[in-house]
Design a binder for this molecule. Structure first.
Ligand SMILES: C[S@@+](CC[C@H](N)C(=O)[O-])C[C@H]1O[C@@H](n2cnc3c(N)ncnc32)[C@H](O)[C@@H]1O
Length: 233
């Protein structure tokens, strides 16, 4: 009997935002796996640290820093092979996923390589979008409002097109795209509604109106644009 592949959401950073199910699966795991960006520590592993047993086997999927997709795909191929070996031996493998595994999660690259052959179970997690809304203490969407989630790296014209006409907006993967995003929001006269959130739920969380945000944003940052209307008024 093959083992089961678990894609386990860990929440956006604060370990207390992990579900009980995620904590139980990680604590009982004999094999865990997680991706790391070449040369850096795994954020997912740091969130799960308290639950990880000392004698656990760790499969590190080392993703090279490259804008080309080929090297990352090769790294996921290799990671999937290493995981498949354990599953074939009848061992379950718990893949640690920051936030939710199926919400812009890199787990999907392992899932797509393994899910046809092996039994998979996904444990959802608190997403960064809902965590950021909590950090700014502002409701994201109410009644029939539509929430639009936009990745910051998209081209400036497309970004403008997507933002224009949207109601509540979450812009993810801000990082080096901050200046471009600010330009578009200025142009659409939306900057006054925009909040900048960096490392939500972590001890070094930063929350500011976008107009007062630092000029450089880390990868773990987000911009939320909400008009903050009270739906009961
Ligand atoms: C590859 S996506 C992963 C999303 C994750 N799976 C989730 O469920 O939220 C990475 C992006 O999520 C956002 N993000 C993740 N954690 C965050 C945090 N703690 N604070 C702010 N933004 C965060 C950032 O926009 C970051 O660039």
């Amino acid at each position: 009997m093959s083992g089961v592949l678990y894609g386990v959401g860990l929440g956006p950073g604060d370990p207390e935002l992990m579900t009980l199910k995620a904590y139980r699966l990680i604590s009982n795991a004999k094999v865990i796996a997680y991706p790391t960006l070449e040369g850096s520590e795994s954020f997912a592993r740091s969130i799960a640290l308290d639950a990880i047993q000392t004698d656990v086997e760790e499969i590190i999927v080392n993703i090279p820093m490259s804008v080309e997709r080929g090297p990352a795909q090769a790294a996921y191929d290799l990671g999937a092979l290493m995981i498949a070996e354990k599953l074939d031996d009848g061992k379950d493998v718990v893949v640690l996923c920051e936030g939710d595994p199926f919400f812009y999660g890199s787990f999907m690259y392992l899932f797509s390589r393994l899910s046809e052959k092996y039994k998979c179970e996904i444990v959802p997690g608190v997403t960064s979008v809902t965590a950021c809304a909590a950090s700014i203490a502002t409701p994201l969407t109410a009644r029939n409002e539509v929430l639009t989630i936009i990745p910051g790296p998209i081209d400036e014209d497309l970004l403008e097109q997507r933002i224009a006409g949207s109601e509540a907006i979450a812009i993810m993967k801000v990082g080096r795209h901050l200046a471009k995003i600010c330009r578009v929001l200025e142009k659409l006269d939306l900057i006054k509604y925009a909040q900048y959130i960096e490392r939500a739920t972590l001890p070094n969380e930063l929350v500011l109106p976008l107009s007062a945000a630092p000029k450089k944003a880390p990868y773990f940052s987000m911009i939320l644009v909400t008009k903050g209307n009270d739906p009961w008024l």
